[in-house]
Design a protein around this ligand. Structure first.
Ligand code: HEC
Ligand code: HEC
Ligand code: HEC
Ligand code: HEC
Ligand code: HEC
Ligand code: HEC
Ligand code: HEC
Ligand code: HEC
Ligand code: HEC
Length: 318
């Protein structure tokens, strides 16, 4: 690794060369392509010479440049470039599609840009949290159209809830596993649950939740009931779980399901009196019963001990 870095040092240090490139490419209307010097110098790579990426261009006038390969540094870690994204991308649906020659699949630069790359925390960055749905929508319009109307999009864009789910929370920007992979399906349950802790805990108490914990995916997972991109509150008439749609949703897997299914508790919470009064009062009654039984035996044992002691003392006195 260190050797690779040393190899690159002379190029990295060669930023002075850039002024030569700007002589032509710094002109806004230059037909060979314009590079904004201010944006470039503010970008994460702003300190590098142009030829670190445009490797075969070192003199003017120059020949036809090769396609930029971000892996040069990001797969090797040259100069401290983060490596994880590149490693994950290589194994992803996107990376595989690129290797198989699918022209529509994204390279690093498709998502990140070229000369104006900013860190994910910068609101002007293409990869800033709020800009993600737009980024992915360039190629996944159908999913975006559904997502736009979901509670997650509304929470993020209208209610200012930064934490609401965007595409990469569920799909992971670089890893992007195949959506038919059982491993991903099981992982996603935990992911939904990282934001919806109470619902995950109550789901785990149900039959579906226990079977998925054992690693089987045929039973209902969160998206099977709630949907994926167009998730709405169950109280919304458009939700897959509204009174009108709920039975239809269960019937995907329980073809013979009858009206009883609509009263099923998918998130039974015996502490929630308002929502699940039956569960709550059963829990309360059981708790009172247990406490009463314990209290009775504590008092009983105490009195018993007291009496034994008194009788012993009495016998000693005699
Ligand atoms: C003398 C003017 C001049 C200088 C200096 C110059 N270039 Fe160019 N560059 C051009 C022209 C003209 C083209 C368009 C060539 C073409 O379309 O075949 C071009 C094209 C390019 C392209 C490809 C654009 C495309 O559309 O694919 C890249 C990348 C590039 N230059 C990088 C550089 C770098 C890096 C430097 C500095 C090392 C540099 N150039 C210096 C004139 C220049
Ligand atoms: C972090 C890598 C990186 C650095 C550093 C870099 N470029 Fe580029 N450049 C790219 C990418 C990516 C493209 C898009 C084409 C491609 O993917 O090969 C590109 C494209 C270009 C083009 C074609 C027009 C365009 O914008 O698509 C020109 C001209 C160019 N670069 C000039 C420069 C100059 C001049 C510098 C130095 C000031 C520079 N580049 C530094 C990555 C880089
Ligand atoms: C010359 C080596 C080199 C090349 C080529 C290169 N990078 Fe980088 N990149 C780095 C280094 C080093 C950093 C860390 C910069 C820092 O932290 O200040 C970095 C940082 C980044 C970051 C920001 C990380 C963060 O959390 O702030 C992104 C995004 C990025 N690179 C994407 C790309 C893309 C996309 C390409 C191809 C167009 C590319 N890089 C090409 C060396 C490189
Ligand atoms: C499908 C779009 C997409 C592709 C393709 C992609 N990235 Fe990213 N990348 C993202 C997003 C979105 C983030 C923001 C992640 C975050 O905020 O946690 C990101 C973040 C990064 C970061 C910053 C990581 C950090 O923790 O600071 C680096 C570095 C990076 N990408 C490099 C690359 C490289 C190198 C490639 C190509 C091998 C690549 N990316 C391909 C979308 C993409
Ligand atoms: C709350 C989690 C979640 C979010 C957010 C999410 N997805 Fe998905 N996505 C899924 C699930 C689950 C599937 C599996 C198939 C299904 O149930 O529709 C999926 C499937 C996909 C597929 C495969 C094709 C298909 O429709 O089955 C693509 C492409 C996709 N999502 C892109 C996106 C994009 C783009 C965004 C952001 C606009 C996004 N997803 C946001 C959970 C999510
Ligand atoms: C430049 C276009 C492009 C962009 C941008 C893009 N994708 Fe994709 N994506 C594709 C293509 C093409 C495929 C199909 C690969 C295949 O079928 O083999 C794909 C596949 C997927 C799949 C897998 C679908 C499946 O059937 O398993 C998911 C999930 C996905 N993308 C999510 C995302 C997310 C999330 C983003 C944004 C961070 C994103 N994509 C950005 C082009 C893109
Ligand atoms: C068998 C179908 C089913 C499964 C599986 C399921 N849910 Fe639910 N979910 C429901 C129903 C039905 C409701 C409506 C409230 C109720 O009846 O308990 C609901 C309500 C919710 C709510 C809204 C709670 C509120 O305050 O209104 C959230 C959030 C939620 N579920 C998240 C999840 C998550 C996360 C998972 C996976 C860990 C999951 N659900 C699994 C059916 C399901
Ligand atoms: C990154 C965090 C995050 C992830 C991941 C996430 N959500 Fe959400 N979700 C939110 C936020 C924030 C809201 C809006 C505030 C609220 O009502 O809780 C929300 C709202 C909801 C609602 C409506 C809640 C209500 O009050 O009626 C449901 C249902 C829901 N999410 C289900 C899911 C499911 C299913 C998944 C996984 C496929 C998931 N969420 C993944 C953050 C997330
Ligand atoms: C993705 C498919 C799927 C969906 C959607 C689904 N289930 Fe299930 N469920 C299963 C499977 C598989 C079983 C186990 C086999 C069986 O008993 O039919 C099961 C079992 C059950 C059981 C039996 C538990 C026991 O103790 O025997 C109940 C009750 C149940 N589901 C209710 C529901 C309700 C209510 C809905 C709709 C809100 C629903 N399911 C949606 C797949 C699903």
């Amino acid at each position: 690794m260190a050797a690779v870095f040393v190899l690159f040092l002379p190029i990295l240090a060669n930023a002075g060369l850039n002024s030569g490139c700007y002589a032509c490419h710094g002109e806004k209307k230059f037909p060979g392509g314009y590079v904004d010097e201010t944006l470039y110098s503010r970008s994460v790579h702003g300190q590098f010479s142009c030829s670190t990426c445009h490797v075969n261009i070192t003199a003017f006038p120059h020949g036809t440049p090769r396609r930029v390969n971000c892996m040069l540094c990001h797969l090797t870690g040259t100069g401290g470039a983060p490596r994880t994204p590149a490693l994950q991308y290589e194994l992803s649906v996107h990376g595989t599609a690129v290797r198989e020659g699918l022209a529509a699949a994204p390279h690093c630069q498709t998502c990140h840009g070229s000369h104006d790359i900013l860190p994910p925390g910068d609101p002007h960055s293409r990869i800033y949290r709020k800009n993600i749905p737009r980024l992915c929508s360039r190629c996944h319009k159908a999913q975006y159209e559904r997502y736009k109307k979901s509670i997650h999009a509304r929470a993020l864009f209208e209610m200012g809830m930064e934490r609401a789910a965007v595409c990469y929370d569920c799909h992971e920007e670089h890893r992007v596993p195949n959506v038919t992979s059982p491993k991903w399906m099981l992982w996603l349950i935990g992911k939904c649950g990282s934001c919806h802790k109470r619902e995950l805990a109550t789901y785990r108490q149900t039959y579906h939740g226990q079977v998925t914990r054992l690693g089987y995916t045929t039973v209902a997972k969160c998206p099977d009931c709630h949907g994926a991109h167009g998730i709405l509150p169950p109280s919304d008439p458009g939700s897959t779980l509204s009174q009108k749609n709920r039975l239809h949703t269960c019937r995907k897997c329980h073809p013979g399901a009858s009206g009883g299914f609509t009263t099923y508790y998918a998130h039974p919470d015996d502490r929630d009196r308002r929502r699940y009064p039956q569960l709550y009062y059963t829990w309360l009654a059981m708790t009172i019963l247990i406490v009463a039984v314990f209290a009775f035996f504590v008092v009983h044992t105490f009195l018993w001990a007291y009496r034994t002691l008194r009788e012993r003392l009495k016998r000693k006195g005699e």
